[in-house]
Write a new protein. Structure first.
Length: 159
């Protein structure tokens, strides 16, 4: 079984949204045989990746950073999507952190990188905005020797 994980930005500018969706569909739909997808189901890239993975018939493993993760969602629609995707997961792994902290996000990101054969990064190439951010997880995966597929449009920056 092929295992693909995701790391990426919560906020994806409209200018790259279609490109990101096409890129994720190409990665997730362009494989032979069974697929397991790993996502923390954060708003933005994680949720888009998980939804497309499920459409492609993948088993979804959700990696929840903390006991209070659901409270970290500021947008009601994003929380509703999280709940819907979580209910469709084949497996759930919850990190042993009571609160959503940078350390909890880093632990979830490194768990995903450790568990997958390939990491997909919806990433603008900029440094992480905090411990456990996209750039840090990409660097971690690359240090492990994992292939990383970056999906973004050159010249577009996120908010």
């Amino acid at each position: 079984m092929k295992r693909i994980g995701v790391t990426g930005h919560r906020s994806i500018p409209d200018a790259v949204l279609g490109h990101v969706e096409s890129g994720l569909r190409a990665v997730l739909g362009g494989h032979e045989g069974p697929l397991e997808a790993f996502s923390s189901l954060a708003e933005g890239a994680d949720q888009m990746f998980a939804a497309i993975a499920l459409e492609c018939g993948a088993d979804l493993t959700v990696v929840i950073p903390s006991g209070d993760y659901e409270q970290s969602f500021e947008d009601a629609a994003a929380l509703a999507r999280y709940e819907q995707l979580r209910l469709r997961a084949t497996q759930e792994v919850r990190m042993d952190f009571p609160r959503s902290t940078d350390e909890a996000y880093y632990a979830a990101g490194t768990y995903i990188a450790d568990s997958c054969d390939r990491l997909v990064a919806v990433w603008d190439g900029q440094p992480a905005r905090g411990h456990g951010g996209t750039a840090e997880i990409v660097a971690y995966a690359r240090a492990l020797g994992k292939p990383v597929t970056v999906i973004w449009c050159e010249g577009v920056t996120r908010d």
